[in-house]
Write a protein that binds this ligand. Structure first.
Ligand code: PEP
Ligand code: MN
Length: 336
């Protein structure tokens, strides 16, 4: 169960609640986030929650039967909204578009992408500076110096940044330059990284693991929340299957399932799913209809010469067509 504590609860009242839970053979973990103060109590016996709910200092109490707790929709029916500042939000009411190259390659490329996004009123730019690559000989990113230039141009243009953090030691260097930390598929269950991101005050978008289940993704999100950070976005990016005709299998089923299981926003990355540029548009329109809260896709000034993932990156003409069709599809969906 989740016990939401009053913000001004005193230590004696808190200990009284914990003792009472222990009497009932429950273990309580305290979770303090930017927004609230909770006790997550785990136990086997079914107890009458009114016995806890009536104690001093309890603001609210909920039974949660899911084994992940804080990210479960069983206790929080209101959906989480991620506020990036300056009116940029990721929420159910406002389909978010995040676009940009797979890798940040040069200052010229950043300027070109920022101009393209600005022209099309896109508020969030993606781009990796620390790149997880299958081969150590592939381009591995411009690192923190690249991020600083990326940040400078985006700040000037009022565009927010999402970029991948690969390890704990990068967090401190990156934190002032990012608006959303991306946890890549390969790090989806890097629990040390999730714990440390939970201690930051920046939103985190966590991708589903290469062969991760929906429950595993939710447990990973629970790590971040229980370490103190409620600002979490989930990302379906395709899972590895036996099929070889495309890069990964986009699990459209995951969208309604996740939205039923969790209050967190759900974003989809069609680029790393299908991995084929020509099919990014139909997949994006499909995920809107399936209930996604946003899309993140790869976009490049000249995909043919991209340092990474050019085969799945849209050029500017293609992405402009996509933005228009996204907007039309949202209108169509709203008219149903
Ligand atoms: C990326 O977004 O560039 C990336 C490496 O994605 P994933 O972690 O989903 O493979
Ligand atoms: Mn990529």
């Amino acid at each position: 169960m989740i016990i939401q504590l009053k913000n001004n609860i005193n230590i004696q009242d808190k200990n009284l609640i914990i003792n009472k839970l222990e009497d009932k053979k429950y273990t309580a973990s305290e979770v303090k986030t930017q927004k609230g103060n909770y006790l997550v109590a785990i136990g086997k016996k079914d107890i009458d929650i009114r016995q806890i709910g009536c104690l001093q200092g309890v603001a609210d109490i909920h039974k949660v039967s899911d084994s992940y707790k804080l990210v479960s929709r069983e206790w929080k029916t209101k959906r989480t909204e991620i506020d990036l500042g300056d009116g940029v939000k990721i929420s159910e009411n406002d389909f978010s578009i995040m676009a940009g190259p797979c890798s940040i390659e040069s200052e010229e490329q950043i300027i070109s992408t920022v101009n393209h996004l600005k022209k099309n009123n896109i508020k969030i730019m993606r781009g990796g500076v620390f790149k997880p690559r299958s081969s150590p000989y592939s381009f591995r990113g411009l690192g923190i110096d690249g991020l600083k230039i990326f940040s400078k141009h985006c700040k000037n243009a009022g565009i927010k940044i999402i970029t991948e953090v690969m390890q704990v030691s990068q967090i401190e260097d990156m934190i002032d330059y990012v608006d959303i930390f991306q946890v890549g598929a390969r790090n989806s269950q890097n629990f040390n990284l999730l714990d440390e991101l939970g201690k930051t005050n920046k939103p985190v978008m966590i991708k589903r693991g290469l062969a991760g289940t929906i429950d595993e993704l939710l447990y990973s999100a629970e790590y971040i929340f229980s370490a103190g950070n409620e600002q979490i976005i989930l990302c379906e990016r395709g899972i590895r299957s036996y099929e070889k005709a495309y890069r990964n299998t986009l699990d459209i089923n995951a969208i309604p399932i996740l939205k039923e299981k969790t209050h967190l926003p759900v974003v989809v990355d069609p680029s790393h799913a299908i991995g084929i540029r020509e099919f990014i548009e139909p997949l994006t329109l499909a995920i809107i209809m399936a209930g996604a809260d946003g899309v993140i896709f790869e976009n490049h000034q000249e995909p043919e010469i991209a340092f990474s993932d050019g085969q799945q990156s849209l050029n500017y003409n293609e992405s402009e067509k996509l933005y228009k069709n996204i907007r039309k599809t949202i209108e169509f969906k709203q008219s149903l």
